[in-house]
Every structure is written in C-alpha cells, then in structure tokens.
Design a protein around this ligand. Sequence first.
Ligand code: NAI
Length: 397
Amino acid sequence: MIIEPRMRGFICLTAHPKGCEQNVINQINYVKSKGAIDGPKRVLVIGASTGFGLASRISSAFGSGASTIGVFFEKPAAPRKTASPGFYNAAAFEKQAIAEGLYAKSINGDAFSDEIKMKTIDLIKNDLGQVDLVIYSLASPVRTNPKTGITHRSALKPIGQTFSNKTVDFHTGNVTEISIDPCNQDDIDNTVAVMGGDDWMMWMEAMKEAGVLADNAMTVAYSYIGPKLTEPVYRKGTIGRAKDHLEATAFDITKALEGINGKAYVSVNKALVTQASSAIPVIPLYISLLYKVMKAEGIHEGCIEQMQRLFADRLFNGGEIPVDEKGRIRVDDWEMRDDIQAKVDELWEQATTENLTEIGDLQGYSDDFYNLFGFKIDGVDYTADVNEIVEIPHLVD
Ligand code: NAI
C-alpha cells in the first residue's frame, strides 16, 4: 500500500516501514562512525523500540557488539493497517543485527506485568545465561501494578497552583496561552506509580532472584530536569515527583544488588522530540527554541547522539563514571549550559505565532515528529507501494 501520515493531535495514526527502517539504519551508521565502545556484551533493554531505549540498544549492539534482548509494547500490522513505528523499528533493528551476526531477540508485551518479566528472565536463562547491563527506558501513561491489580494513570499537571504559560501547536505553529489546573494528591500518587521507580525495582529484584544478573551488573534509567521555564509542569509537577522517585530508587537498587556488586544509575538526558515528550504542554515550544539555539551553536543532538555519548563518554569510558552532586549522570550538560538557557529565555519572551518560524526551529520539531513515524526521511520513496506487513525476525512468543 502507499502509506501517508495521518495525524491526530500529537499522534500519527500511520507509520512507514521503509522510513522506520532507514531511521534505524541511520542511527546504526552514526554509532559505527564513532568507533567501538568498550561496553558490556549481554544487554537487556526495557523500552527498546523507540526514543532513548532504541538508541541505547543500537549503541550496545553496534558500538560494543553486544547480544541484546529488547522488551517493548508495540502494535503489529494488519492488512491495510500499519504497525506502530516501534514495531517497524524493532524489525529493522533485528534485521540489521542478524546481518552482522549479532544475537538479537525481542519480547512484545506489557513490561509492567509479571508475565513479561518471567518471559524475559526465561529467555535470558536459555540464551544468554545472564546480562551485564539493563537499560530501563519505559515511557507510558498507564501501568497496572501486578501486585495490587490497580491500574494507575499518570497526569501532567502542576502541583499547588495553576500554571499559565505559552505553548505551541507544532502542526500549525499557533502560539497560545494555556492554563493547567493543579493536581490533587491522587494525581501525584498515580504518576509516581506509573513513571517512578517501583517497576524498575520489581524488574531488578526479579532478575536478581532468578540469578540472571551477572556480577558487577549495571542498570540505567532515564530522567529529565530541564529549565526553570518548564519547572511547574515538569520537574516540580506530577511527572517531576515520579522522576524524584525514580532517582531515589537508583540508590535502593544499588543496595539491593550489593551481593553481586551491582550498580544502578540514572542518566539525565536532553529534551528531545519523542512520542512521550510531544504530549507534554509547553515542552514543544521550549524544544523548538532550544533546537534553534543548540543547532546555531553546533551542539544539537538527537537520541542516538545522546546515547552514543552516554555509553562512550560516561558509562564505559574506561574510568570512573562522572556523576553530579545527586549521583546522577548528566548528558543534558549542553542543554543546561548557562549561555544556551539565557538565549532560550530571551527567545521565549519574544515567541509569537508570527515570529516562531524565524526565531524557533519549528520546522526541526515538526520534521523530527514526522521522522518518529518513518516519514520525511531522506532516501525513502514515499510514492512506492510497500508491504505494511513486516515481521520481527526473532520475536519471542
Ligand atoms: P518513547 O515513547 O520514545 O519510548 C518508550 C518505550 O517504552 C517504547 O519502546 C515503548 O514500546 C515502551 N513501552 C511503553 N509502555 C510499555 C509497556 N507497558 N510495556 C513495555 N514497553 C512499553 O519514550 P522516550 O522519550 O524515549 O522516554 C524513555 C525515557 O527517557 C523515559 O523515562 C523518559 O522520561 C526519559 N526522558 C525523555 C526525554 C525526552 O525529551 N523525550 C528527556 C529525558 C528523559
């Protein structure tokens, strides 16, 4: 079929298999161009199909020659109905990995469930014995806690008072004022239950219990801080509470893994266009201004540049892992530079519908968004008939 983008709000209902494949190949080529990374050889990535998780899997496999198991929650294609982009990405990743003789298997299902944890542990036992690195990169609006059976839904709200600021509809470029009402305690609790560290801890405990974590195993989850501008809706809002919890959980996991000398880290990453971040009000306007400033300075990065740098310069640099005063790894260092933030602040004050295409990188934002779904990728013929049905070669049932 001929596949075109069908946008609805901040999601796209279609995805292009060839575009997603090219996207994955471009990321692989980037990692290869940067040279070998002295990283671990057996890696589990939870949330491996898009965004930072996919880039982490690519950095491990094509930077360090690692065997990888990827867990994700994606929709396969049906006749005349495209798969979710993460499904096409995972298929493309496995195809490329297999072509290079790398072990790569995937599990598609709810990572929050006991069932998927057990399935993953069995696969590790059977195929790899143990893993040395576990990347935890889930982004989800909902989680059913397997112990209580309660389904929690996260909220993206300020705490304490209404937050009013500018935002942009990145499809139209319209800059408007929005007001977001403050949350209640349930919103905070539910957001922490979904995006905090509870499930990360469950994974690590289950894996340790099953003996599938190697001595000195490491686990890394991803967090975000961001500027003062977005604080009320991000770091000091409901999602920020979840990130506080995730960051605190790293210490609890390190303690729980003492017996095997395991270590848990949180890496604070840069703001990027992903399916998760485009759903957060105010953030798209911030990102489009940030992109403009960082591109002008020649320090712009996407997910793959971020993860390649995390792996090569932070996690597996041959020496100490550099951390901030709160024990966090920082690859948001360029985003948070004073000169960058001062310029973004200045532009933020000026931003209107009329001038945003000029002072901000709305085009870059929009292109990145289309790219997430495999559209507007250089070298892909979108007029060609493509088969929407794509299988993931080593998907484990
Ligand atoms: P994403 O939406 O691109 O990827 C999420 C991944 O989680 C996908 O592989 C998806 O299949 C998987 N997933 C979601 N629910 C699942 C479930 N129930 N079971 C199994 N897999 C499931 O998200 P992104 O942006 O890469 O986020 C990953 C982490 O990075 C999150 O913790 C996020 O807060 C963090 N982060 C994101 C930043 C951004 O600007 N996008 C900045 C800094 C940190």
